[in-house]
Ligand binder design. Sequence first.
Ligand code: ADP
Length: 246
Amino acid sequence: MNSSIALKVENVNKIYDQKNKKTKTLENISFEVKTGEIFGLLGPNGAGKSTFINILAGTVNKTNGIVNVWGFNLDKNPRQVRASLGIVPQEINVDPFFSPKKLLDIQAGLYGVKNSERITDEILKLTNLSDKADAYARNLSGGMKRRLLVAKALVHQPPILILDEPTAGVDVDLRRKLLDSVRELNRQGVTIIYTTHYLKEASDLCDRIAIINKGKLVALNSTKELLRNNSDLEEVFLELVSNVND
Ligand code: ADP
């Protein structure tokens, strides 16, 4: 696979099959994320974004289709796929009685990162948590906890970082700090896949944007091109989303 492509998905389908009820959640999804870009994945609630991210994370099985992450096929090399991805989850799930430093060490252990290869201090610095390295996690603000989730996702130095609605419920100032961390990581070479429902945030941050609705890819373009005739991503988004039939 071409190394300029960080993620490639081809004709991915997902049908949830529960108690005689089939829910078609992803339908023939195909796209690529280029190495080094900040890629936005947008869609209204229920569009299928979490399902897609969970497929990459290995917690949901796709029904069919091909997924390649950093050149590794998800079906053939799931471990290499896991090693290539850092995933920042939506929910805050940090143990309140450990410090950021300790939590990063535990996470590194889970990923089999040797002591000599750990870059804990660097990660704390990058996520603006150095001065809280030894504080109880329960004493961190909401924004700091979010940045700690980003830090945890970085312990194995993945080339691709996926952020699933990382700024939901975060106030403006903390949101700005989190976005600064994301931009800095990107400058350092990490490819970013970013889901959000804050459209302004997506248009400020992302090089390219994919929009999914009702399991279908309804748009994929550079942010600049999507906004070409319109300064407001919200309007473009609503129009694209309303054009999709069941
Ligand atoms: P989003 O993250 O964009 O809000 P989701 O991927 O969570 O969307 O959900 C997309 C659709 O798939 C929804 O209709 C949802 O009800 C359905 N769905 C999600 N998870 C399951 C599941 N485990 N079983 C059955 N249906 C599911």
